[in-house]
Ligand binder design. Structure first.
Ligand SMILES: C[S@@+](CC[C@H](N)C(=O)[O-])C[C@H]1O[C@@H](n2cnc3c(N)ncnc32)[C@H](O)[C@@H]1O
Length: 286
């Protein structure tokens, strides 16, 4: 135990506001007033690791070039990464029944198909997409069909890259998709591994919505769910417009069930299904 383990860390209003401002500037995420305790609980271990006795000292540290790694660790600690396989399951039914027939046809005719899981967290969303794609198109590996999974948080990106999940993931996937998703034997530590064929379909990359986006669209399908909800309305708007620009003419955009795309984008896209959108006149599956 070190000296700083014994200190109860106090977060002043000023330090909270400074942390909130840095987070908003770097990620677009808004820290609501009243979340001070959450900030203390998520950052305390980093202050202790650094042997710092106050948030003021921590702020000073992360503003120096030598504190860049700890600034990234702070951002990782303050992002909310909640996710699960087949979250908001209706979207995956739409993908399977209403979108995949057209995309399978397109890929088999030699076309390029791209799906983007933007803000993918630890990868459950991207692998759920991959499982649906492989179910609809067992020959997908022979075609130009890829899934891009991006996030800002390095620790979830590593988990997404590994594709290893606790046994509870089977329950979220349901029996049909669990068998499609995971290798039959568990790892020594009881973890489930996503099948190699599905991992091969998914490319995992760092992407911060606040920086230029190193993606090459157009995307036939974009899942951008449960991330904009943490952001200010103008940042949300910038994300939606950016996504519109890389969405294929016939593409479909899925957002989280508690999210909204407001005007002017809502005037340019039409509802395809619950919280899913496309351009008017977009091609449909037969
Ligand atoms: C709640 S998770 C959503 C995961 C998944 N899309 C789902 O709906 O289950 C939100 C994710 O957004 C990521 N995120 C937050 N700010 C971001 C930003 N500025 N750029 C990219 N990703 C960001 C977080 O790291 C987190 O993993």
């Amino acid at each position: 135990m070190t000296g700083t383990d014994l200190i109860r860390l106090e977060l002043s209003t000023d330090a909270f506001e400074q942390i909130a401002a840095i987070l908003a500037e770097r990620t677009g995420i808004r820290l609501e007033p009243g979340t001070e305790r959450l900030v203390v609980s998520r950052l305390s271990k980093h202050l202790r690791r650094l042997g710092l006795a106050s948030f003021e000292a921590f702020l000073e540290h992360i503003r120096r070039p030598s504190g860049a790694e700890d600034l990234a660790a702070m951002i990782d600690a303050l992002t909310t990464n909640t996710t699960r396989f087949f979250r908001e399951a209706g979207h995956f039914r739409i993908l399977e029944q209403d979108i995949m027939p057209r995309l399978a046809q397109k890929a088999r005719a030699g076309g390029r198909v791209r799906i983007w899981s933007a803000a993918c967290s630890s990868g459950e969303e991207a692998y759920s997409i991959a499982a649906v794609v492989a179910k609809c198109m067992p020959d997908v590996g022979q075609h130009n069909f890829r899934i891009l999974a991006t996030d800002i948080d390095s620790k979830v990106l590593k988990a997404a890259q590994d594709g290893r999940y606790p046994a509870t993931a089977k329950r979220d996937a349901g029996p049909d998709f669990a068998a499609r998703l995971f290798e039959e034997t568990r790892d020594a530590d009881g973890m489930l591994r996503v099948r190699a064929a599905l991992r091969k379909l998914v490319t995992v990359r760092y992407l911060n919505f606040m920086d230029p986006w190193p993606v090459s669209g157009p995307f036939d399908v974009i899942f951008c769910r449960n991330v904009a909800i943490y952001m200010e309305p103008d940042t949300q708007m910038r994300i939606w417009s950016g996504l519109e620009q890389v969405l294929d003419r016939d593409g479909v955009l899925f957002i989280g069930h508690s999210e909204r795309i407001g005007p002017p984008l809502s005037d340019r896209l039409e509802l395809f299904g619950p919280t899913s959108f496309r351009r008017p006149g977009a091609a449909m599956s037969q």
